[in-house]
Design a protein around this ligand. Structure first.
Ligand SMILES: Cc1cc2nc3c(=O)[nH]c(=O)nc-3n(C[C@H](O)[C@H](O)[C@H](O)COP(=O)(O)O)c2cc1C
Length: 123
């Protein structure tokens, strides 16, 4: 079984978790990065993220450092943004074929995971 941890992280929490999980599972790891960086100002970021999530906007992402199609198990890590998963992760989940793969999503958050799991499942 080839395992891959794929994560998006804006401020580092999800990256730290993803690294620990990858180490524990002896999995490969790859970071999703957006072509355009998000603003550092939290108020601006909150507003932008809300608009992107509500409209279903998918930002352009840098090609992954690995070929995700070669893995049987993919562990997906995302921060919770507005009770959902991040547009960058959504771009990734909608860009590969999931047939025959086992997927284990996890999220980091301040208050709760919201509907991340069901949103990822739908995507
Ligand atoms: C735009 C934005 C929206 C967020 N929305 C939520 C939320 O709805 N619920 C929550 O518990 N945390 C929310 N958070 C907090 C993050 O999920 C939390 O800090 C997360 O661990 C950040 O992960 P990162 O450091 O990998 O980017 C939000 C953070 C940002 C920047």
């Amino acid at each position: 079984m080839k395992r891959l941890v794929v994560y998006y992280s804006f401020s580092g929490n999800t990256r730290a978790m993803a690294k620990r999980i990858a180490r524990a599972l002896r999995a490969d790891i790859a970071e999703i990065r957006t072509l355009k960086t998000y603003p550092d100002d939290l108020d601006v970021l909150l507003g932008l993220a809300k608009r992107e999530i509500e409209s279903g906007y998918l930002p352009q992402i840098v090609p992954l450092s690995v070929d995700a199609s070669k893995y049987d198990v993919i562990i997906l890590g995302t921060p919770v943004w507005w009770n959902s998963f991040t547009p960058a992760m959504k771009k990734f989940t909608s860009s590969i074929s999931w047939k025959g793969k086992k997927v284990y999503p996890f999220s980091t958050n301040d208050k709760g995971a919201g509907h991340v799991q069901s949103d990822i499942k739908k995507s």
